[in-house]
Write a new protein. Structure first.
Length: 545
């Protein structure tokens, strides 16, 4: 099978493909954790059906939402696929969330059942009185902690009973509800069909690759389970064969150790390629099992990266709502998003919806040529779903340009979000937590280009370009307040995930506003870092994990 062939289309959903693996090769390994744990095809399928049985006994029915708060592990993947067999919708929530972001992530979908592990119970039980819809908390661990009556084990909910006969999930069925970054307000739950995920796995990620040339392909996934990339990894091995190798948390320092120990051949490098490349060169750098990588953002020195590590670099662009419509393998430069898949139509338009000439910047609008490639809806938000479409085109909210050679280039964010350590971050969600401080009158969160590597002092340089952001807060204090930048930061650290914790803080007397009262963030971005900007890195303040 040569990947990138537009005629190659998925014939069945991932759960059905995994059932076929269980029947054809029951003892073959499907998922390996870097901890040493592994699960066979047959055992995984049995686990997934057990999850469906257990949730069904609790009254979960087709179309119901079930929240999961999990680290990437075998049980987390089995919970996902089991919910799909039941026809329910998994709503994965970032386990690093705290405070209002965690409460909103669990409550917005109105799920009655929450699946997690013992590692996250203390945090969840601490906000249980603020979760009005949750009726059952299930842990994937073998035993719940003693003395906690609100929690039962997933196995205790009925996984040992004979499996029911479930209708096969179809390509048109949702594979999950993935929450966006909340670019124009609170995050929205995107109901995403299997088709969009699986077309990306076949058509876009590693164009030109021939899977049959690998004796034992293995996809390395150090990405969190709420992240689309971790889902794509399982879709890839379901479609193409091989193993999924899982690390719960990305660690650049052990990346190559994992690759070689588990003989991984394919990987996504989302924001990590620069950290790998700046390590001191060693004579044996190319002596590894990795062959294909999807790099985003692409390093300016990507050709040197290819030669040094013996890999072929691909790149691409997409978003939760539309999948992964752009990709390229033979890159003309490091800035391209790639060319559009034959499965989509795309245009670059002005504010009136009219096409702009090649080379000019406008908003990307897109529509599919096949069904089941784009979102089905924003969960519970019909107005937002309708607003995203105009004249049969989905408006992405991102500014790109399209050159005459067919390549697209990302230029800026039309919607107001930031990209921090591979995560899309809603400025609105950060601002909610900042405003909860009694001495904060108002705040605006903006992105500052992350031009420095971890631990580097302000003013130091690094030769790896990046499109990542650091978060800056522009804050108005209440009259008479003695709030300091350090005091505000330490207030936020226990309330925000590490990647949402700001680096820069600047106190101001007022924020620039439109006549209707909206903050004009474009004016704040005109002077990102000034003499009045406080930098936690310069003050040697490390945010704990």
């Amino acid at each position: 099978m040569k990947l990138g062939d537009a005629m190659r289309e998925p014939q069945a959903s991932v759960p059905v493909l995994l059932r076929g693996r269980a029947e054809a090769d029951p003892a073959g390994i499907l998922i390996q954790e870097v901890t040493g744990r592994a699960v066979t095809n047959a055992a995984f399928h049995d686990m997934a059906l057990g999850v469906a049985d257990a949730l069904g006994k609790l009254g979960v029915a087709r179309g119901d939402c079930v929240v999961t708060v999990n680290d990437a592990c075998i049980e987390a993947y089995a919970s996902w696929i089991g919910l799909c067999w039941l026809g329910a919708l998994e709503v994965p929530v970032n386990p690093e969330f705290r405070g209002q972001s965690l409460i909103y992530g669990i409550s917005d979908c109105k799920a009655k059942v929450l699946i997690t592990s013992n590692a996250h119970l203390d945090k969840l039980l601490g906000i249980l009185d603020q979760l009005p819809y949750v009726q059952h908390i299930l842990t994937t661990d073998e035993a719940a902690p003693e003395g906690i009556s609100q929690v039962q084990t997933l196995s205790g909910a009925g996984r040992n009973a004979p499996h029911r006969d479930y209708p096969a999930p179809q390509l048109m069925d949702p594979y999950a509800v993935i929450y966006t970054s909340g670019t124009t307000g609170p995050s929205k739950g995107v109901v995403v069909p299997w088709g969009g995920l699986q077309f990306a796995a076949l058509d876009r990620m590693f164009a030109g690759d021939v899977i049959e040339e690998y004796d034992d392909p293995a996809f390395y996934s150090p990405w969190p389970i709420f992240h689309s990339s971790s889902r794509t990894g399982l879709a890839f091995v379901a479609e193409c064969g091989g193993r999924l190798v899982v690390r719960a948390r990305l660690s650049a320092s052990v990346f190559w150790d994992d690759i070689n120990r588990f003989r991984c051949t394919h990987a996504h490098l989302i924001g990590v390629a620069g950290f790998l490349f700046v390590q001191p060169e060693r004579p044996g750098d190319a002596n590894n099992t990795l062959r294909r990588v999807l790099m985003n953002p692409v390093l300016p020195e990507y050709r040197d990266f290819e030669r040094r590590f013996g890999v072929i670099v691909s790149t691409g662009w997409g978003m939760t709502e539309i999948g992964f419509p752009m990709a390229a393998t033979d890159l003309p430069n490091a800035k391209t998003c790639g060319t559009i898949s034959p499965l989509y139509e795309a245009r670059i338009v002005d504010e009136a919806g009219l096409d702009v000439p090649h080379g000019q910047v406008g908003q990307l609008v897109i529509r599919p040529k096949r069904p089941w490639l784009l979102l089905k809806e924003y969960l519970g938000k019909p107005e937002a779903t309708a607003a995203a479409w105009r004249d049969g085109w989905f408006y992405t909210g991102d500014a790109l340009r399209h050159e005459a050679d067919g390549h697209y280039y990302f230029v800026d964010r039309v919607a107001d979000y930031m990209r921090v350590r591979g995560n899309n971050v809603s400025s609105a969600e950060v601002e909610i937590e900042v405003r909860s401080h009694p001495d904060v009158a108002d705040v605006a969160a903006i992105g500052v280009p992350a031009t420095m590597g971890p631990g580097q002092a302000a003013g130091a340089s690094i030769r790896v370009a990046t499109t990542e952001d650091e978060i800056k807060l522009v804050v108005i204090r209440r009259p008479g307040s003695g709030l300091t930048e350090s005091g505000l930061l330490h207030y936020l650290i226990p309330r925000l995930p590490r990647f949402m914790t700001p680096r820069f803080i600047e106190f101001v007397d007022e924020l620039p506003r439109t006549p209707t009262g909206k903050v004009q963030k474009r004016l704040l971005r005109a002077n990102l870092v000034s003499a009045n900007t406080w930098d936690r890195v310069a003050h040697d303040i490390e945010v704990p994990r």
